[in-house]
Design a protein around this ligand. Sequence first.
Ligand code: SF4
Length: 450
Amino acid sequence: MAKKLTGMDIFKLLPKTNCGECGVATCMAFAMKLAQKNAELSQCPYASDEATKVIGAASEPPIRLVKIGTGKHAVAIGNETVMFRHDKTFVHQTAIALCLDDTLGGAAISKTAADMEAYAIVRVGETLRVDMLCINNASGDADAFAAAARSAAANFKGALMLKSASVKNLIDCSTAVGDRAPLLHAATAATVAELGAFAASAKLPVCVSAQTIDEAFGLTDTLAGKGHRDIVIDVAANNCAAMIQNNTIVRKAAIASSVKQMGYPIVNFITGRQSAADMVADASSVICKYASIVVIDHADKDALLPLLMLRQNIYTDPQKPIQVDAGIYKIGDAGPNSPLVVTTNFSLTYFIVSGELENAGVPVHLAIVDSEGMSVLTAWAARKFNGEKIGAFLKSKDVNKQFSSRKIIIPGYVASISGELEENMPGWEVLVGPQEASDITPFMKKFAKV
Ligand code: SF4
């Protein structure tokens, strides 16, 4: 196990000059932040070589970063440091991999791969998509396996995972997909020496497949002992509850007890479920509880969408509200005489309000006020979205010169600030809009007729 350094251990290694260049007032305060993994040693320009070596080794994330694939389409997993999202944040979102048996045939695999390549959902400014394809050597035949992998690689730019019980088939197939650097599944007790040696020489990430956590411990130890640490753990489980239990034990061993042999990302196979709904239920559970890759076998959009949205929600940083840049955005063919609609810079608010305004087809300017990523009512309660702040923001954008409409529409939930805003914006009329976004379209259409 790696020794966990306390704040005092770290403090002893720092220069103790309290210069403040790291952004905190004293070396002791900085040591405490390092111990809580809320700072990087590189923030101290005066750290000695010894401090860099000792603290650097101790501050290495307890779960190894593993990259699958190459270039901008590579998938990064691992590097996690906490058990619970609210402790800090989860780092790399669960990669969603669609499993395709090589018995499906080249045409079907090519079509599904192309469908997955084209499938993308934009939500609150992020593009959500399937990250990986897992080609399963269900036929047991080396040529069919390689042909299926080639069909997938030709039509899908994301990462690949190759799954076979045969080491020879895995080696041949990884060669067939050229420089795609696939994840190999899997090294077992019987094959860890042979597959591990190949994966190490080819610099490919490899899964270990074990019946028990103890067995997985031995397999990762064997691979790491030979210098190969780009490992993903797969522990067998009969049902979703057992899977979550295994995942939690592995994660806790790595993070709370610094057990190096457990410090690798986890893959879960959610395949063979009776229905897409069963698959979504189980996959959702392991996305929440520590799967770095979830392999599924339903490509229906109805099944993919909830998984992609859940994953996005789990893997946003709870300490950083998703926000858009403050500014005045033109909606439709807005001109100087179009009204200003005001709201906060919480991403979800921005995208919902702008979408409804576009649907309404009435040209407006959408003024997004910096509310530190809070929604309307929260920002109002925190005094980040009141007449004074909105007035100051609009004046900073020179609206008196740029716009002639002299009409500002505010969200219905903050009707109480209308008087204060009119005081801060002399010559402007403040209108109270609807409370709910779904009422924006009828409100704007009525507004346009007046
Ligand atoms: S920059 Fe380094 S020396 Fe200066 S206060 Fe921070 S930790 Fe101490």
